[in-house]
Design a protein around this ligand. Structure first.
Ligand SMILES: [Cu+2]
Length: 305
């Protein structure tokens, strides 16, 4: 998980905590059941969405995990805020959190990181707005502007939200920069190894939940550059389990590569590649790990002679 996403989650936690404290205070004063219910829905939904997209992006390829985590955040926030205003409000908050977390996780799973981060910022801003909503609701109608809380004044409010977003943005940029640098580096490594040995290039294209070609024949110990060209609207990957291989280079960091598992992931309309050689002859199955894809026929054969 990147610094930006960690920061978002911490901020979400703080926002939820402040909102709950204000809700407890508010339920004793002016806030009606209806307003409380709407506030709980607003908080639950937005916290769920923000957390959902954040986890969806961080754990791309594992929609189950990101949905559970996103929903947990939303449910917890919505329920705790709602319970201050009564049973029905807590149900409303809980259901909104569940829905927000689920939708957010799907969004994070499907969108490229840059676009998902835009949604995270927007939903985070909405989540923070709950605090201001609660402050307005807990302020008596009879109070004059003079004795209303300082952060209701537009300039301080704008400054506060602005600085939070600016900080979040700088964390986001930092990540984007380090990504391009590491990609450049890996590209150089790839070039260097290319000049030393003949590399067999294999391109597998994905469209409409299928691989083409779905059968590949290679020789053992031969350096293979496997390219996953994703022409689909959704992310896809290739995973080959239980084989002994030597990894030579990767075009992007494929964090799931373990000792005996080859994993290659491509976002929609992008191409990633990995270069390796297989030590043992045999027939290996490759498939897509995105939930539901293998069952829809995203399976192929890797024959090593
Ligand atoms: Cu797939």
């Amino acid at each position: 998980m990147s610094h930006f996403h960690l920061f978002v989650l911490i901020l979400l936690g703080v926002t939820t905590l402040i909102s709950i404290i204000l809700s407890i205070k508010g339920s004793q004063y002016h806030i009606t059941h209806l307003s409380g219910m709407i506030t709980a829905m607003f908080l639950g939904m937005n916290v769920g969405l923000t957390a959902g997209v954040t986890f969806g992006v961080s754990y791309q390829g594992d929609l189950f995990l990101s949905t559970i985590l996103g929903m947990s955040f939303g449910i917890l926030a919505g329920f705790l805020c709602g319970i201050c205003f009564g049973f029905l409000s807590s149900v409303e908050g809980l259901m909104s959190g569940l829905m927000g977390g689920m939708m957010g996780a799907m969004l994070g799973e499907m969108l490229p990181v840059e676009q998902a981060n835009m949604f995270i910022k927007a939903f985070l801003l909405f989540s923070i707005c709950t605090i201001f909503l609660l402050i307005i609701l807990t302020t008596s109608d009879k109070a004059t502007i003079k004795n209303r809380s300082w952060f209701l004044k537009p300039i301080s409010t704008m400054l506060m939200i602005g600085s939070v977003l600016f900080f979040a943005n700088s964390l986001d940029m930092e990540k984007a920069q380090s990504k391009t640098i590491s990609q450049d580096k890996e590209h150089d490594v790839h070039k260097a190894s290319e000049t030393q040995q003949e590399i067999k290039k294999i391109v597998i294209e994905t469209s409409d939940l299928s691989y083409s070609p779905d059968e590949i024949v290679v020789e053992k110990n031969m350096p293979i550059s496997l390219e996953l060209k994703n022409s689909d609207q959704v992310a896809h990957d290739i995973e080959i389990k239980d084989l002994s291989f030597k990894l030579m280079s990767e075009s992007s960091h494929q964090h799931e590569n373990k000792e005996d598992v080859i994993h290659l992931h491509s976002e929609p309309h992008t191409t990633n590649e990995i270069t390796f050689s297989i030590d043992e002859a045999g027939t290996y199955e490759f498939y897509c790990t995105i939930p539901g894809h293998k069952e829809s026929g995203m399976v192929g054969k890797f024959v090593v002679k």
